[in-house]
Design a protein around this ligand. Structure first.
Ligand SMILES: [Zn+2]
Length: 365
């Protein structure tokens, strides 16, 4: 959401509210593609039960508890917190009480996203319990050790290590050539430099509603877009990859100085709790921006089953100050219950990411 809302939205809100009933609810489903590897863990070492919280910190609201021995399926790891699917919603549990199971191999026989080789350390590379330099050291790896990188958190790689997991600094890992997903041959996205801008972050939560914060939702969608574009052989520039505050002008600068070929800012909207749907903005007068916005909007509405609020021009800093075709996509309304339920689901976030990528693909085709 951007604070500068136009009066037009108010008119749309009324129209869209009455249209709402014609759109069937998004069918939430959990399915893993053949390429995906699943990460599971077992709750252990808690006195009574492990708190499931609404955010990745010990002060977030408690949504429930899990006894020792519970098996959890881990959707993502944020710092030292695991995002899990729980009671038809999502929650975070502390990794301090989770024994990570050995990751299962995907169809390629590999478990990780890519392989890295320890390079350039003086003696050995510390494996730590969390994604920061002050976490407990669980072990160390000499130069030349090859590890499977299960996921990355900021500048840290999560690896499976000695029957548990640990984090190592990405500064000392070099990617083993050919171990990352190979680009889809002939994709129009191959070789394009694309800037992805997950809105808000850090001290700026963006819009909040229904237990969700815009900054978390759009970062998740943004990372999914990043992964898909990487797989298609694009050169992805992220304005932020974790929960940090980045100023609006800085975001445009990042894209401009990387000479990005296009720019996609990802947001979730909020208005009066009744407005819903997707909309995509471009900067007034940008013909290419308008084309890209139209394609992304079309793909979002098709894939997400959200109300179509259209694509139109908007005077937002990130699309005004970028020097390449730029759009700002408002995926859905975080303060409207049915849109929020969609935004909460990983299936929806995945579908939103795919829609954005398909829009880009059509633009470059
Ligand atoms: Zn926003």
């Amino acid at each position: 959401m951007y604070k500068k809302q136009t009066a037009v939205i108010m008119v749309f809100a009324l129209a869209v509210t009455s249209l709402l009933f014609f759109f069937s609810p998004f069918q939430e489903h959990k399915e893993a593609s053949a390429e995906e590897t699943s990460r599971t863990g077992i709750v252990s070492g808690v006195e009574s039960s492990l708190n499931v919280r609404s955010g990745a910190n010990a002060s977030s609201e408690i949504r429930g508890g899990l006894p020792n021995g519970s098996t959890i399926e881990i959707e993502d790891i944020v710092g030292n917190w695991a995002l899990i699917y729980f009671n038809d919603t999502y929650g975070y549990v502390s990794m301090n009480y989770v024994d990570l199971n050995k990751p299962s191999a995907g169809s390629s026989g590999r478990t990780g996203e890519y392989q890295g080789t320890v390079t350039g350390v003086n003696t050995s590379l510390n494996v730590r319990s969390g994604a920061n330099a002050s976490s407990e050291i669980r072990g160390s790896l000499p130069n030349g050790t090859t590890v499977e990188v299960e996921s990355t958190v900021g500048n840290w790689a999560l690896i499976y290590f000695n029957d548990t997991y640990g984090y190592v600094s990405l500064s000392y890992l070099s990617v083993v050539e050919g171990s990352s997903p190979s680009p889809v041959a002939g994709s129009p996205l191959t070789g394009e430099t694309i800037a992805i801008d997950p809105g808000h972050g850090g001290s700026d939560p963006g819009a909040v509603g229904n237990g969700l914060q815009e900054k978390d939702v759009v970062l998740d969608i943004g990372r999914r877009v990043e992964q898909k574009l990487n797989a298609a052989g694009s050169n992805v520039v992220m304005t932020r990859s974790n929960d940090v505050y980045v100023g609006l002008e800085r975001r445009a600068q990042i894209a401009n100085s990387a000479n990005a070929d296009s720019f996609v800012s990802i947001h979730a909207n909020a208005f009066n709790g009744a407005a819903s749907g997707s909309e995509t903005f471009y900067y007034s007068g940008s013909r290419d921006g308008a084309e890209l916005a139209g394609l992304i909007q079309e793909e979002m509405v098709k894939a997400l089953g959200t109300a179509d609020r259209g694509s139109r021009d908007g005077n937002f800093s990130v699309i005004r100050n970028t020097s390449m075709p730029a759009v700002l996509a408002e995926t859905a309304f975080i303060d409207e219950p049915s849109d929020a339920a969609k935004l909460r689901s990983s299936a929806f976030r995945e579908a939103a990411a795919s829609a954005i990528v398909r829009g880009l693909e059509r633009y470059y085709n």
